[in-house]
Design a protein around this ligand. Structure first.
Ligand SMILES: Nc1ncnc2c1ncn2[C@@H]1O[C@H](COP(=O)(O)OP(=O)(O)O)[C@@H](O)[C@H]1O
Ligand SMILES: CC(=O)N[C@@H](CCC(=O)OP(=O)(O)O)C(=O)O
Length: 285
Protein backbone atom coordinates (compact mmCIF):
# COMPACT_ATOMS: atom_id res chain seq x y z
CA UNK A 1 0.00 0.00 0.00
CA UNK A 2 1.22 3.52 -0.73
CA UNK A 3 3.08 5.08 2.19
CA UNK A 4 1.01 8.16 1.67
CA UNK A 5 -2.21 6.31 2.40
CA UNK A 6 -0.76 4.73 5.54
CA UNK A 7 0.39 8.14 6.72
CA UNK A 8 -3.10 9.57 6.16
CA UNK A 9 -4.67 6.69 8.11
CA UNK A 10 -2.19 7.19 10.94
CA UNK A 11 -2.96 10.89 11.10
CA UNK A 12 -6.68 10.14 11.21
CA UNK A 13 -6.27 7.61 14.00
CA UNK A 14 -4.38 10.13 16.17
CA UNK A 15 -7.56 12.20 16.18
CA UNK A 16 -9.63 9.44 17.83
CA UNK A 17 -9.22 10.57 21.49
CA UNK A 18 -10.15 14.13 20.53
CA UNK A 19 -13.13 12.92 18.49
CA UNK A 20 -14.33 11.04 21.57
CA UNK A 21 -13.76 14.07 23.81
CA UNK A 22 -15.65 16.53 21.63
CA UNK A 23 -18.43 14.44 20.12
CA UNK A 24 -21.78 16.04 20.97
CA UNK A 25 -20.07 18.97 22.73
CA UNK A 26 -20.52 22.62 21.80
CA UNK A 27 -17.66 24.60 20.29
CA UNK A 28 -18.20 28.28 19.56
CA UNK A 29 -15.98 29.69 16.82
CA UNK A 30 -15.66 33.47 16.64
CA UNK A 31 -14.52 34.40 13.18
CA UNK A 32 -13.12 37.92 12.96
CA UNK A 33 -13.30 40.08 9.86
CA UNK A 34 -9.52 40.54 9.70
CA UNK A 35 -9.15 36.82 8.97
CA UNK A 36 -11.77 36.98 6.19
CA UNK A 37 -9.78 39.07 3.78
CA UNK A 38 -8.87 36.43 1.22
CA UNK A 39 -10.59 33.44 -0.34
CA UNK A 40 -8.05 30.87 0.85
CA UNK A 41 -8.30 32.06 4.44
CA UNK A 42 -12.09 31.88 4.38
CA UNK A 43 -12.15 28.42 2.81
CA UNK A 44 -9.70 27.21 5.37
CA UNK A 45 -11.88 28.26 8.30
CA UNK A 46 -15.06 27.02 6.62
CA UNK A 47 -13.46 23.61 5.88
CA UNK A 48 -12.51 23.20 9.53
CA UNK A 49 -15.95 24.27 10.78
CA UNK A 50 -17.62 21.82 8.37
CA UNK A 51 -15.37 18.96 9.40
CA UNK A 52 -16.14 19.53 13.08
CA UNK A 53 -19.85 19.46 12.24
CA UNK A 54 -19.47 16.26 10.21
CA UNK A 55 -17.81 14.41 13.09
CA UNK A 56 -20.63 15.30 15.48
CA UNK A 57 -19.33 18.42 17.23
CA UNK A 58 -22.02 21.07 17.71
CA UNK A 59 -20.39 24.10 16.11
CA UNK A 60 -21.73 27.63 16.41
CA UNK A 61 -20.09 30.18 14.12
CA UNK A 62 -20.29 33.76 15.39
CA UNK A 63 -18.78 36.26 13.01
CA UNK A 64 -17.64 39.85 12.86
CA UNK A 65 -16.81 41.85 9.79
CA UNK A 66 -15.12 45.00 11.08
CA UNK A 67 -13.11 45.70 7.89
CA UNK A 68 -16.25 45.18 5.69
CA UNK A 69 -18.15 47.64 7.89
CA UNK A 70 -15.33 50.17 7.61
CA UNK A 71 -15.37 49.88 3.79
CA UNK A 72 -19.14 50.30 3.64
CA UNK A 73 -18.96 53.35 5.93
CA UNK A 74 -16.22 54.85 3.79
CA UNK A 75 -18.40 54.41 0.69
CA UNK A 76 -21.16 56.26 2.57
CA UNK A 77 -18.64 59.00 3.55
CA UNK A 78 -18.99 58.15 7.25
CA UNK A 79 -15.80 58.21 9.27
CA UNK A 80 -14.98 55.17 11.47
CA UNK A 81 -14.12 56.09 15.03
CA UNK A 82 -13.11 53.59 17.73
CA UNK A 83 -13.13 54.10 21.46
CA UNK A 84 -11.28 51.36 23.37
CA UNK A 85 -11.71 48.97 20.46
CA UNK A 86 -15.45 49.65 19.99
CA UNK A 87 -16.86 51.49 16.96
CA UNK A 88 -18.79 54.67 17.72
CA UNK A 89 -22.18 53.91 16.16
CA UNK A 90 -24.72 56.63 15.33
CA UNK A 91 -28.13 56.08 13.69
CA UNK A 92 -26.73 56.01 10.12
CA UNK A 93 -23.89 53.72 11.15
CA UNK A 94 -26.10 51.11 12.81
CA UNK A 95 -28.11 50.75 9.58
CA UNK A 96 -24.93 50.00 7.67
CA UNK A 97 -23.57 47.67 10.39
CA UNK A 98 -26.81 45.66 10.28
CA UNK A 99 -26.78 45.53 6.47
CA UNK A 100 -23.17 44.39 6.29
CA UNK A 101 -23.09 41.90 9.18
CA UNK A 102 -26.58 40.36 9.03
CA UNK A 103 -26.71 40.65 5.23
CA UNK A 104 -23.55 40.42 3.19
CA UNK A 105 -21.12 38.72 5.57
CA UNK A 106 -23.63 36.37 7.18
CA UNK A 107 -25.10 35.12 3.91
CA UNK A 108 -21.68 34.69 2.36
CA UNK A 109 -20.59 32.40 5.19
CA UNK A 110 -23.85 30.44 5.06
CA UNK A 111 -23.48 29.95 1.29
CA UNK A 112 -19.93 28.73 1.67
CA UNK A 113 -20.88 26.18 4.32
CA UNK A 114 -23.79 24.94 2.23
CA UNK A 115 -21.57 24.68 -0.82
CA UNK A 116 -19.65 22.04 1.18
CA UNK A 117 -22.91 20.15 1.69
CA UNK A 118 -23.17 21.02 5.38
CA UNK A 119 -26.39 22.51 6.72
CA UNK A 120 -26.18 26.09 7.97
CA UNK A 121 -28.72 28.65 9.11
CA UNK A 122 -27.82 32.33 9.21
CA UNK A 123 -29.15 34.40 12.10
CA UNK A 124 -28.40 37.71 13.68
CA UNK A 125 -28.86 38.58 17.32
CA UNK A 126 -32.15 40.16 16.26
CA UNK A 127 -33.73 36.83 15.25
CA UNK A 128 -35.88 35.52 18.07
CA UNK A 129 -34.14 38.31 20.05
CA UNK A 130 -31.11 36.04 20.40
CA UNK A 131 -29.02 38.94 21.69
CA UNK A 132 -31.05 41.31 23.83
CA UNK A 133 -29.09 44.50 24.32
CA UNK A 134 -28.99 47.98 25.77
CA UNK A 135 -26.65 50.90 25.06
CA UNK A 136 -23.22 50.27 26.54
CA UNK A 137 -22.74 54.01 27.17
CA UNK A 138 -24.08 57.31 25.85
CA UNK A 139 -20.70 58.06 24.36
CA UNK A 140 -20.82 55.07 21.97
CA UNK A 141 -24.35 55.57 20.56
CA UNK A 142 -25.89 52.32 19.29
CA UNK A 143 -23.16 50.03 20.61
CA UNK A 144 -24.87 47.30 22.56
CA UNK A 145 -24.09 45.55 25.77
CA UNK A 146 -25.79 42.17 25.99
CA UNK A 147 -28.42 41.92 28.72
CA UNK A 148 -29.73 38.45 27.84
CA UNK A 149 -29.02 35.62 25.40
CA UNK A 150 -32.19 33.84 24.22
CA UNK A 151 -30.59 30.72 22.84
CA UNK A 152 -33.55 28.31 22.35
CA UNK A 153 -33.46 28.61 18.57
CA UNK A 154 -29.71 28.04 18.41
CA UNK A 155 -30.01 24.98 20.65
CA UNK A 156 -32.81 23.58 18.47
CA UNK A 157 -30.70 24.07 15.33
CA UNK A 158 -27.72 22.35 16.96
CA UNK A 159 -29.90 19.38 17.95
CA UNK A 160 -30.94 19.00 14.30
CA UNK A 161 -27.35 19.10 13.06
CA UNK A 162 -27.33 22.63 11.62
CA UNK A 163 -24.46 25.06 12.00
CA UNK A 164 -25.92 28.32 13.32
CA UNK A 165 -24.06 31.26 11.74
CA UNK A 166 -24.62 34.33 13.88
CA UNK A 167 -24.08 38.03 13.10
CA UNK A 168 -23.30 40.22 16.10
CA UNK A 169 -26.22 42.64 15.92
CA UNK A 170 -28.63 42.82 18.86
CA UNK A 171 -31.90 44.54 19.69
CA UNK A 172 -33.90 45.92 22.61
CA UNK A 173 -37.59 45.58 23.43
CA UNK A 174 -38.28 48.94 21.72
CA UNK A 175 -37.02 47.65 18.40
CA UNK A 176 -33.67 49.47 18.36
CA UNK A 177 -30.75 47.61 16.78
CA UNK A 178 -27.33 47.57 18.42
CA UNK A 179 -23.85 47.03 17.10
CA UNK A 180 -22.24 44.39 19.31
CA UNK A 181 -18.56 43.58 19.20
CA UNK A 182 -18.40 40.09 17.72
CA UNK A 183 -15.99 38.79 20.37
CA UNK A 184 -18.44 39.90 23.05
CA UNK A 185 -21.34 38.23 21.22
CA UNK A 186 -19.41 34.96 20.79
CA UNK A 187 -18.34 34.87 24.44
CA UNK A 188 -21.87 35.54 25.70
CA UNK A 189 -23.29 32.82 23.44
CA UNK A 190 -20.55 30.39 24.51
CA UNK A 191 -21.33 31.15 28.16
CA UNK A 192 -25.08 30.65 27.68
CA UNK A 193 -24.54 27.36 25.85
CA UNK A 194 -21.94 26.16 28.37
CA UNK A 195 -19.54 25.58 25.51
CA UNK A 196 -16.60 23.24 25.80
CA UNK A 197 -14.38 25.60 23.90
CA UNK A 198 -14.44 29.16 22.55
CA UNK A 199 -12.10 29.56 19.59
CA UNK A 200 -11.40 33.17 18.68
CA UNK A 201 -10.05 33.19 15.13
CA UNK A 202 -8.17 36.35 14.22
CA UNK A 203 -5.24 37.42 12.02
CA UNK A 204 -2.68 37.47 14.79
CA UNK A 205 -0.77 34.53 16.36
CA UNK A 206 -2.53 35.22 19.67
CA UNK A 207 -1.89 37.65 22.51
CA UNK A 208 1.52 39.19 21.89
CA UNK A 209 3.83 40.66 24.50
CA UNK A 210 4.63 43.32 21.91
CA UNK A 211 1.81 43.69 19.39
CA UNK A 212 4.28 44.57 16.62
CA UNK A 213 6.41 41.48 17.16
CA UNK A 214 4.71 38.27 16.04
CA UNK A 215 7.39 36.16 17.73
CA UNK A 216 6.42 37.52 21.17
CA UNK A 217 3.43 35.17 21.60
CA UNK A 218 2.15 34.61 25.13
CA UNK A 219 1.03 31.00 24.92
CA UNK A 220 -0.93 30.77 28.17
CA UNK A 221 -2.76 33.33 30.28
CA UNK A 222 -4.74 32.80 33.47
CA UNK A 223 -7.56 35.14 34.46
CA UNK A 224 -5.48 36.55 37.30
CA UNK A 225 -2.80 37.77 34.82
CA UNK A 226 -5.22 39.90 32.82
CA UNK A 227 -5.38 43.03 35.01
CA UNK A 228 -1.61 43.33 35.03
CA UNK A 229 -1.40 42.83 31.26
CA UNK A 230 -4.01 45.59 30.74
CA UNK A 231 -2.16 47.98 33.06
CA UNK A 232 1.11 47.26 31.26
CA UNK A 233 -0.57 48.17 27.95
CA UNK A 234 -0.01 44.67 26.52
CA UNK A 235 -3.76 44.30 26.13
CA UNK A 236 -4.80 47.39 24.16
CA UNK A 237 -7.12 48.46 21.30
CA UNK A 238 -9.11 45.59 19.77
CA UNK A 239 -7.55 43.24 22.34
CA UNK A 240 -9.42 44.87 25.23
CA UNK A 241 -12.94 43.65 24.37
CA UNK A 242 -11.48 40.37 23.10
CA UNK A 243 -9.73 39.48 26.35
CA UNK A 244 -12.40 40.91 28.67
CA UNK A 245 -15.14 38.82 27.09
CA UNK A 246 -12.96 35.71 27.12
CA UNK A 247 -12.48 36.19 30.86
CA UNK A 248 -16.25 36.59 31.32
CA UNK A 249 -16.89 33.43 29.32
CA UNK A 250 -14.45 31.43 31.43
CA UNK A 251 -15.94 32.80 34.65
CA UNK A 252 -19.39 31.76 33.38
CA UNK A 253 -18.39 28.15 32.85
CA UNK A 254 -16.83 27.91 29.36
CA UNK A 255 -14.08 25.35 29.85
CA UNK A 256 -11.41 26.77 27.61
CA UNK A 257 -10.86 29.76 25.31
CA UNK A 258 -8.12 30.18 22.74
CA UNK A 259 -7.13 33.00 20.39
CA UNK A 260 -5.87 31.36 17.23
CA UNK A 261 -4.44 32.54 13.95
CA UNK A 262 -6.85 32.18 11.04
CA UNK A 263 -3.95 32.72 8.63
CA UNK A 264 -2.45 29.34 9.53
CA UNK A 265 -3.92 26.51 7.48
CA UNK A 266 -6.28 24.42 9.62
CA UNK A 267 -5.48 26.21 12.87
CA UNK A 268 -8.95 25.22 14.17
CA UNK A 269 -8.41 21.51 13.49
CA UNK A 270 -4.96 21.64 15.06
CA UNK A 271 -6.46 23.23 18.17
CA UNK A 272 -9.31 20.72 18.49
CA UNK A 273 -7.72 17.49 17.30
CA UNK A 274 -4.20 17.70 18.75
CA UNK A 275 -2.26 18.91 21.77
CA UNK A 276 -0.32 21.33 19.65
CA UNK A 277 -2.22 24.58 20.01
CA UNK A 278 -0.35 27.51 18.47
CA UNK A 279 -2.30 30.45 19.87
CA UNK A 280 -2.94 31.88 23.34
CA UNK A 281 -4.81 29.57 25.70
CA UNK A 282 -6.85 31.34 28.39
CA UNK A 283 -7.47 29.38 31.57
CA UNK A 284 -9.42 30.04 34.71
CA UNK A 285 -6.27 29.43 36.72
N1 LIG B 1 -0.99 42.39 22.81
C1 LIG B 1 -1.58 42.32 21.63
N2 LIG B 1 -1.41 41.21 20.88
C2 LIG B 1 -1.99 41.10 19.68
N3 LIG B 1 -2.77 42.06 19.14
C3 LIG B 1 -2.96 43.19 19.83
C4 LIG B 1 -2.39 43.37 21.11
N4 LIG B 1 -2.78 44.57 21.57
C5 LIG B 1 -3.54 45.12 20.64
N5 LIG B 1 -3.68 44.32 19.57
C6 LIG B 1 -4.46 44.63 18.37
O1 LIG B 1 -5.67 43.88 18.39
C7 LIG B 1 -5.98 43.49 17.05
C8 LIG B 1 -6.90 42.27 17.07
O2 LIG B 1 -8.20 42.68 17.41
P1 LIG B 1 -9.31 42.93 16.29
O3 LIG B 1 -8.79 43.86 15.28
O4 LIG B 1 -10.54 43.31 17.03
O5 LIG B 1 -9.38 41.49 15.64
P2 LIG B 1 -10.61 40.74 14.97
O6 LIG B 1 -11.13 41.57 13.85
O7 LIG B 1 -10.04 39.45 14.51
O8 LIG B 1 -11.63 40.57 16.07
C9 LIG B 1 -4.64 43.22 16.42
O9 LIG B 1 -4.69 43.35 15.01
C10 LIG B 1 -3.73 44.26 17.09
O10 LIG B 1 -3.62 45.40 16.32
C1 LIG C 1 -19.09 47.73 18.63
C2 LIG C 1 -18.17 47.23 17.58
O1 LIG C 1 -17.01 47.65 17.54
N1 LIG C 1 -18.66 46.35 16.70
C3 LIG C 1 -17.90 45.79 15.65
C4 LIG C 1 -18.74 44.64 15.08
C5 LIG C 1 -17.99 43.79 14.09
C6 LIG C 1 -16.82 43.06 14.71
O2 LIG C 1 -16.65 42.94 15.91
O3 LIG C 1 -16.01 42.55 13.77
P1 LIG C 1 -14.55 41.91 13.98
O4 LIG C 1 -14.71 40.67 14.73
O5 LIG C 1 -14.12 41.69 12.57
O6 LIG C 1 -13.69 42.93 14.70
C7 LIG C 1 -17.62 46.83 14.54
O7 LIG C 1 -18.42 47.71 14.30
O8 LIG C 1 -16.57 46.69 13.89
Amino acid sequence: MATNAILKAQILSTAIPYLQEYRGKIVVVKYGGNAMIDEDLINNVIDDVCLMNLVGIKVVLVHGGGPEISHALKRAHIESKFINGLRYTDADTIDIVQEVLAGKVNKNLVKRIQAKANKAVGLSGIDNMLLEAQPVSEELGYVGEITAVHSELVEALLEKGYIPVIASVGMDANGNSYNINADTAAAAIAAKLNAENLLVVSDIPGLLEDKDDESSLISEVTISDVDQLEKAGVIAGGMIPKVECIVNALKSGVKKAVIIDGRLPHSILIEIFSDEGYGTLFKRG
